[in-house]
Design a protein around this ligand. Sequence first.
Ligand SMILES: [Zn+2]
Length: 292
Amino acid sequence: MEYRREFLKKSLWSALALWAAPLGVWAADPTQHIVKKGDTLSAIAKKYGTSIKALKAANGLKSDTIQVGQKLKLPTSAISGIHVVSKGETLSVIAVSYGTSVRRLKSDNGLKSDLIKVGQKLKVPGGGSRGSPAFLAPVIAATNRVRVDSNRWRYIVCHHSAIEAGNAEVYGRAHKRRGMEHGLAYHFVIGNGKDSGDGEIEIGPRWTNQLRGGHVRSTRVNDSGIGICIVGNLQNHAPTRRQRQAMNELLDFLAEGHTRRGVSVTVHKRVDKNHTVCPGRHFPYGDLDRFA
Ligand SMILES: [Zn+2]
């Protein structure tokens, strides 16, 4: 009896859904998109703020061909949830806790400024489940203890270490031996799993003491540039997936509120032209395009 009732209820609902969905009466399943006439992957990607690549990956599609009526799973990052702003929260805190950026939050919510109010509802990616800011947690903790004059930092410069081993401490000792009074020339070092964690962001004394960098030739850029070093020789291979994710989380964090507006996010060889190949030919240069 119980089973029968359950069955009837289910069939009734699905009949209703079938009838109502094309009319747009029925609230669509927020985790999928049903392909309509004239839909293309690129239009669908644009609608949900995702990419063709992510859509294809979420659905195991080999080609760009889709059919009317086909159900496409939306990538987790494209599914929006709702966050209600509580006291003391800023856009940057909310962005970090959902593993997204202030930029994305503002564009998803049509916000023109960084001002939010207690009780305000914000669309957030990831279905509303808070992602873990795994890579950023130590950076946030360390940065909360210092006073950052964001106007001072006009550049963020990415480097590779050009060797497969080492970590902040090892490089710090080497730089001290080379006569750098403040040791480690970079502000941050992103590990490759050998002498520090894979994707672990180590924070150097130049960040905790808000000191100038020593990572490029140009005095001007050292004075006003934050240095990030990715452990590994990226002339020979790409950074690990976790290193790349950590780097991107760190770049978003620094660019959104800890550096001057319009900060130049760049790489060593673009600063010291003709003097270095750093950060190597396998560095993901395209990841910096979003700051241009
Ligand atoms: Zn370099």
